[in-house]
Ligand binder design. Structure first.
Ligand SMILES: [Zn+2]
Length: 479
């Protein structure tokens, strides 16, 4: 603020020292610094808290083989009262720390953020929730104190280990869900827990957006020589939206295990009552054959994917199960423990919660490639998962493929290399390897799939893809 007067100004405007305008009465410079400690692995005895609680029981493992990190994932700090954005960035590289007595955690120390005077309460959005169109669950709404510098430690953790963590780290009682608590013996330091139950709340459910993300289309393929065309059931051609898929088998009840099992994995039709999928135009799909090419037109992905998005309601079972797609005459099998991370890191997440947080673009691309290549079964080993590896599965854009079968041509192929000499090398020779190469070509040329983001145990290998193919869809959120 200008306080000097120029010589040319009339004398009457001069002010004495006591009349000078003053600075705002109380100018606070407040800086907040977040440390996000990602969940530690709990397999192979890596997590003393897991070991102490479950004593060798491997059925409840959640964080296995690929430690959690958030590099590249977006985050937004907001004014919790006005919803205005105060800062937006992506998580940067992490460092490894082992001071919290539950193994090794990947630590993202965020760039300190200066908070304006008028802001009283702050909150954080991360991952899917940082997109404006998806925001639903502000993390850790917090009345920022007047201190010059406040540090907030966020621990990503399995819901069932929160109390044990507080105990071994002498943090006292745990803060309430989605709250911060002052750290004992540290002024200006607070902490809170990002649990699997909270990940479920901040992760986007895609199942109502299939029609937007995957428009109705026609697909075609060469007929297989020496094999008759597979005509989909009359009902799925006449009106696919009322098709009743083959029943998903009820699985035997597990010995009761409150953390991981609460009933069999079933589809929407296992009770015998078909439901009508949302969306669609009502125009039935048409199958036509001409000059050795089979064409399926009016493929409405909302209807096609419906059996997938309806499967697993209420079930926390980690058993393998199948979903049938009648129009395409394809079977997806979800391998045993496909949802272990989502379910074991939470108290409530069920199989359907995990599937609905997985993008339809990835499912549609895989199904389309399968149909075009006459592959009738694919085994998937992972979909949405909150506390393993990179942001891709956390944000629900990825699926992992472990195996495929083409029964007509008697080609059965497990996506598993023979160790490090195969990494980055061409696909194996033979019928299986050729089909694998074709599968890869189909996926990498699909408009739903993110460029360069199909990783295999051979071509385009990146750690840790020795035993599955990872497929990432583009994310069509608002930013
Ligand atoms: Zn993956």
């Amino acid at each position: 603020m200008a306080t000097q007067t120029k010589a040319t100004e009339p004398i009457a405007t001069m002010r004495s020292g006591t009349q000078l305008p003053t600075e705002p009465a109380h100018h606070k410079r407040r800086v907040v610094k977040f440390n996000v400690y990602c969940a530690p692995l709990d397999e192979r005895g890596a997590n003393p808290l897991y070991n102490a609680k479950y004593d060798g029981d491997t059925s409840k493992l959640a964080c296995t083989d690929s430690a959690s990190y958030l590099t590249g994932s977006p985050y937004v700090l907001i004014d919790a009262d006005t919803k205005a954005e105060l800062a937006r960035a992506n998580f940067q590289a992490y460092t490894k720390v082992s001071v919290w007595r539950d193994g090794t955690r990947n630590l993202h120390a965020l760039t300190p953020i200066t908070i304006r005077d008028d802001v009283k309460k702050i909150a954080l959005f991360i991952a899917n929730d940082s997109y404006r169109s998806r925001r639903q669950y502000p993390l850790f709404p917090f009345d920022l104190p007047d201190s010059a510098s406040t540090t907030i430690n966020i621990f990503e953790i399995r819901t069932d280990l929160v109390l044990d963590f507080c105990d071994v780290n002498t943090l006292g009682a745990a803060p309430d869900t989605n709250s911060l608590k002052k750290a004992p013996s540290h002024t200006d330091e607070y902490f809170g827990f990002l649990t699997g139950d909270m990940w479920r709340k901040i992760s986007h459910e895609f199942h109502n957006e299939v029609g937007t993300l995957c428009p109705i289309e026609s697909i075609s393929r060469p007929l297989l020589k020496g094999h008759p065309a597979h005509i989909p059931p009359e009902s799925s051609l006449a009106n696919v939206s009322s098709t009743r898929p083959a029943q998903i088998p009820r699985l035997p009840d597990q010995s009761e295990n409150p953390q991981t099992h609460s009933g069999p994995v079933t589809g929407p039709y296992a009770s015998g009552t078909p439901t009508t999928p949302r969306g669609g135009t009502g125009a039935p799909p048409q199958l036509s054959t001409k000059d050795g090419v089979e064409t399926l037109s009016n493929v409405d992905w909302t209807a096609v994917l419906s059996p997938i998005y309806e499967a697993g309601a209420g079930s926390r079972s980690l058993d393998a199960f199948e979903v049938h797609i009648p129009l395409l005459q394809i079977k997806l099998t979800f391998a045993e423990r496909s949802f272990a991370n989502a379910i074991n890191s939470s108290n409530d997440t069920n199989v359907r919660d995990a599937i609905r947080r997985t993008s339809p673009g990835t499912f549609a691309a895989i199904l389309k490639a399968m149909w075009r290549l006459h592959i009738n079964t694919v085994a998937l080993s992972s979909s949405w998962r909150p506390m393993l590896g990179s942001r891709l599965h956390k944000m629900g854009t990825a699926l992992d493929v472990a195996r495929f079968d083409d029964d007509d041509e008697d080609i059965h192929f497990a996506l598993h290399n023979n160790g490090k000499n195969d990494r980055g090398k061409p696909f194996p020779k033979g019928a299986g390897g050729s089909k694998m190469a074709a599968f890869y070509r189909e996926l990498t040329s699909d408009s739903h799939i993110q460029a360069g983001a199909v990783y295999t145990p051979w071509v385009n290998w990146v750690r840790p893809h020795d035993s599955h193919m990872h497929v990432t869809a583009k994310d069509n959120a608002d930013e």
